[in-house]
Design a binder for this molecule. Structure first.
Ligand SMILES: O=C(O)CC1=CCC(=O)O1
Length: 264
């Protein structure tokens, strides 16, 4: 793993896998760090150079003062790619990570070879919902929200059968800096990428979890319908974080998409 200062903040990242392969970049969701991809990465590292990073406000990256915008997050990703001398890559974005990927595809189309947009949309939630979440976090931190968030992240079956894993992922969530979390909530609150969607010109697959309480399948499908030629896949028995709950199913979908896009 490595730390690099870009845009006046330190970003935590890791590059692994096949150094001479095509590049695959994973972008995280709200309240998570790049450990959530650990079950998925081995399915790609034999053929791809894999890049993982913690976006600002999360994980071991710096958490500058809130609020942030999706363009702040996109600027950070572009600066990290510049630093790593990556001129083009495929991107897998989860939730707000998928919003960052959508924005990148419009701002820097030459850099994007393919997109896998997981449990995400061009617009997530409502301004009121995010304002309430931000106020809660500013007043009382993440802890009081955590159990509700976990109900959206994971299905009842997973929570019942994997209590220790769920407790560990809960630790990751509540240890996110409160202002980093709130800063990214503001980015989601202010982002409406629906007018960008029609300008995405790369092979795109949108993936939904059938029990996702944050970006329900119909919302993900609605975004797929806005992106020219985008495919849509539904994972059964998955909540909002399929890379943890259904990693091999998610990997298979992404692998097939990248093959169809001609990357491997
Ligand atoms: O916290 C949630 O509800 C899940 C979520 C929404 C956007 C994101 O990145 O995660």
């Amino acid at each position: 793993m490595a730390f690099t200062r870009v845009n006046r903040i330190v970003l935590h990242h890791q590059v692994l896998g096949r150094a001479d392969g095509p590049t695959l970049v994973f972008i995280n969701s709200l309240g998570s760090d790049f450990r959530i991809w650990q079950e998925v990465v081995p399915d790609f590292a034999d053929r791809f150079r894999v890049v993982l990073y913690d976006k600002r406000g999360h994980g071991l990256s710096d958490a500058p003062a809130a609020p942030y915008t999706i363009d702040d997050h996109t600027d950070d990703l572009i600066a990290l790619l510049d630093h790593l001398k990556i001129d083009k890559a495929a991107f897998v974005g989860l939730s707000v990570g998928g919003m960052i990927a959508q924005r990148l595809a419009v701002r820097s189309p030459k850099r994007v070879q393919a997109l896998a947009l997981c449990c995400t949309a061009a617009k997530i939630g409502t301004p009121d919902l995010w304002a309430e979440r931000i106020a809660g976090v500013e007043n009382s931190g993440i802890e009081p929200l955590a159990d509700n968030v976990l109900q959206r992240w994971f299905t009842p079956l997973f929570r019942e059968t994997h209590p220790d894993e769920v407790a560990g992922w809960r630790n990751m969530l509540v240890r996110t800096p409160a202002h980093g979390y709130a800063g990214t909530c503001a980015a989601i609150r202010d982002a409406d990428l629906r007018s960008d969607a029609g300008r995405i010109g790369v092979p795109t697959l949108c993936v939904a979890g059938d029990q996702d309480g944050s970006t329900p399948a119909d919302v993900v499908k609605g975004t797929a319908d806005l992106i020219p030629g985008a495919g849509f896949a539904l994972i059964e028995g998955a909540g909002h974080i399929p890379c943890v709950e259904k990693p091999s199913v998610l990997s298979a979908l992404i692998n097939r998409h990248l093959q169809e896009a001609g990357l491997v």
